[in-house]
Design a protein around this ligand. Sequence first.
Ligand SMILES: [Zn+2]
Length: 228
Amino acid sequence: MLREDALATAARTAPRSLASRYAGRTVLAIGAHPDDLEIGIGGTLARLARAGARVVMAVVSIPSEFETRVAEAKGGAQILGAELRVLLNGGRCCRVEDLKTYELVTLLDGLVKELGPAAVLTHGSADFHRDHVLVHNAALATQRLQFFDLFCYYPTNCRPVQTAFQPRVYVNVSQTIDTKIEAIAAHVSQFSCRGLGVDVYRETARAQGRMIGAEYAEGLDVMRMILD
Ligand SMILES: [Zn+2]
């Protein structure tokens, strides 16, 4: 009887949602460029922040219009309720592939050592953008430092491109889809200035939501997940 009670209690209180799993803990999201994180997991990050997680958005490089894009990235992070870190922040533009592999790993190592994240979310390996794949590989390397959940988000782009990405888990972002879209639109230089709309990301989230019976969702691949 006692065992049944314990099982019932465990089932009732089990943190099934991503948000409740990370409440009070730190989640580190890593993107190669400004806007990658808003596009890939803006809804998830907003949910985590609302649930009480400390959400840190790390942008590795600013490839163009340094001051404008840093300001847009700050705006996007603020909308999502996250802290922003720009890793290659020498006050000038540069690209991820300007770094040696060990230098990129060292940058990400520093973040992991400082923050001790319960989860890291980053680009997937099937991405078409070389900078994104470089960041994915460097994030994989940080797993040697400590144990954390590691997820990869949907390939990010300003225009639709076919990808081989297959989500394994889905985060219901029905409550935060509008926040996500607002955060993407904060990157004015990448969208409205170029005549590009952001509705495609709402449509993508709607399509992923159908996979779990939710209005909107973001799909993630799972590299490692620790079930206590
Ligand atoms: Zn990018």
